[in-house]
Design a binder for this molecule. Structure first.
Ligand code: MN
Length: 268
């Protein structure tokens, strides 16, 4: 049966029952509430993984659980740090407990194909640990959890060139910068104040970190690199590749006859 919507919390419990009974999977997007410069919303890290999950949910028959809207502490060299209003973060143990509990609930209900889709850089190992603990607690179920700590792997040379014609600084700089701004311009342009976007950088960006954060690790705007070079077109090219990679990853781990034959029956 066609789903009215893929958002798990927007449907009724009998519809969830039906989805579980036919073997539907479930995505758990994990993000943050974090400053993203003068021009992007605080929810950027929540919006992008949720859009990614929704982009493949129909085809792969997944529901999308309510996203985790808070993440681990923003770090100065990858997210601008905790010094901006709006940035509202969790301690690592709170995030791990939250994600572990939600995953445990999804397993208890009978979901067997589960994928965590994380966008916020700082959450990486913590969502893995949460998945590990949830499975450890439910050894008696056949559930498996795909943990996408990064929303994508390497992008093609073609996409990298389109995104970063002046050179690629490294993914840790990619916060409220070219890629995230381009993706938001493509997916949710109504939320982007593009005329306020700036190119910025911290005075220092060493390979190590320091606690408490030195002031010169933090750019004034909260944008860590060049946001003005973003465009909706770059966003579209990049998004197509990210969705393709994610789709392949989920298919590779959770291929099942139903999905495969449905896809085979459909002209592509
Ligand atoms: Mn982030």
């Amino acid at each position: 049966m066609a789903q009215r919507t893929r958002m798990l919390a927007d449907i009724t419990w009998p519809e969830v029952r039906e989805a579980i009974d036919r073997g539907a999977g479930v995505f758990l997007p994990v993000g943050s509430t974090e400053q993203h410069g003068y021009h992007l919303p605080l929810a950027t890290d929540v919006i992008l993984p949720t859009e990614l999950a929704l982009a493949v949910a129909d085809e792969l028959d997944f529901l999308v659980a309510p996203p985790v809207a808070y993440g681990y502490r923003s770090r100065p060299l990858s997210g601008g740090g905790q010094g901006f209003v709006g940035t509202t973060s969790l301690q690592a143990r709170t995030l791990m407990s939250l994600v572990e509990d939600v995953l445990g609930e999804l397993i208890r209900q009978g979901f067997e194909r589960i994928a965590v889709v994380n966008w916020h850089f700082e959450n990486q190992n913590f969502v893995y640990e949460a998945a590990y603990l949830a499975i450890e607690r439910h050894r008696d179920t056949p559930a498996r959890i795909l943990v996408a700590e990064h929303p994508f792997a390497e992008l093609s040379e073609e996409t990298m060139e389109a995104l970063f014609p002046e050179g690629f600084p490294g993914w840790d700089y990619e916060h409220a910068s070219i890629m995230e701004t381009s993706l938001m311009l493509h997916l949710r342009p109504e939320l982007v104040l593009f005329d306020r976007a700036v190119d910025d950088a911290s005075k220092r960006h060493p390979w190590y970190d320091v606690v408490p954060a030195p002031e010169d690790f933090v750019p004034a705007s909260g944008t860590l690199w060049k946001a003005t070079q973003a465009s909706a077109e770059k966003g579209e090219i990049t998004w197509r590749e990210i969705v393709g990679q994610f789709r392949e990853a989920v298919l590779a781990e959770f291929a099942r006859s139903g999905v495969a034959s449905e896809r085979g029956a459909r002209p592509s």
